[in-house]
Design a protein. Structure first.
Length: 302
């Protein structure tokens, strides 16, 4: 410890263990051995004179003091990451952006389009990190975020990418035939953990009876997982149209029950309104505006 500041390696080991709830998982993330992470954390506790974790057999849980310290350490580590990105951006080694994204939105919509941005701006490196919940930009190392919400986050500016519009019930053709004969309730209903009431709302909106057995279907954390389960024939799911439109056009999936579930939320690109926009951020926003226009024209031609 130097001037009261713990070793950075010990802080990283502590933060990873606190976030992942396991010495083993922290060791895997940090590319260290289990014993090395354990020693770092134990040494940190000894130096601080504070118990950060309570240990019961193979399980660890943060103490109250540990939970408070973990949040503060995480904030400072993320700020270090942000400062490093800023240094690289200003050092002549290239310009960079660090954007928080929703995982499915990134893999299905943003990343397939990024080669076009790279073609236009070869010197700008775009890094992506997953965030599924709203956050304060001051507390995280991001220049901007792509997120799903009813409106722009407070104290931000940016653009709306597109309305989600509706969630469509989709499944493979074989299951669609079964549903046509016996009704939708005969199929296994797949659920999203972030939208637990979606199926109940769909049944209410279409004036159908919601059987208790519908709630018993599997739950998935990401739309990409849910879509993979649908494609594997595991059941029927409510999916955003933009994620399944190619499969629907190709006949790989069908929307057997008619209408979808109306959704008020949209996808936004936003960043703090109290900061001056960097050149890379301006370039990325301008490119996104072009993408939106192209998508709108494509939709009108369909």
């Amino acid at each position: 410890m130097r001037n009261g500041i713990p070793n950075l390696g010990a802080l990283q080991a502590f933060e990873a263990t606190a976030r992942l709830g396991s010495f083993s998982r922290a060791a895997e993330e940090l590319a260290l051995t289990h014993s090395a992470v354990y020693r770092q954390v134990a040494g940190l506790e000894d130096r601080l004179g504070v118990q950060l974790f309570s240990r019961v057999r193979r399980r660890v849980a943060l103490t109250d003091a540990g939970a408070e310290y973990a949040a503060r350490v995480r904030h400072h580590l993320e700020q270090l990451e942000k400062d490093t990105f800023g240094l690289v951006s200003r050092s002549g080694m290239g310009r960079s952006l660090h954007i928080a994204v929703l995982p499915t939105m990134a893999t299905a919509w943003l990343i397939p389009r990024l080669p076009d941005f790279k073609k236009r701006h070869e010197d700008i490196a775009v890094s992506l990190s997953v965030r599924t919940l709203p956050f304060q930009f001051n507390d995280h190392p991001f220049d901007a975020a792509i997120y799903h919400a009813a409106q722009m986050w407070p104290h931000t500016q940016g653009i709306k990418l597109f309305d989600e519009g509706e969630l469509l019930p989709v499944c493979i053709p074989r299951l669609a035939l079964e549903a046509e004969r016996a009704g939708p309730a005969v199929l296994t209903h797949l659920h999203m953990t972030s939208r637990p009431d979606a199926w109940r709302q769909w049944y209410r909106e279409h004036q159908r009876e919601y059987a208790p057995s519908i709630s018993a279907g599997p739950r998935y954390e990401l739309f990409t997982m849910t879509l993979a389960a649908v494609q594997a024939g595991m059941g029927v799911a409510l999916m955003p149209r933009f994620l399944v439109q190619d499969d629907l056009k190709a006949g790989r999936l069908q929307a057997p029950f008619g209408g979808g579930l109306t959704v008020r939320e949209a996808y936004f690109f936003g960043y703090p309104d109290n900061n001056e926009r960097s050149e890379p951020l301006q370039a990325f926003e301008s490119w996104l505006r072009d993408v939106i226009v192209e998508n709108r024209l494509e939709g009108e031609r369909v």
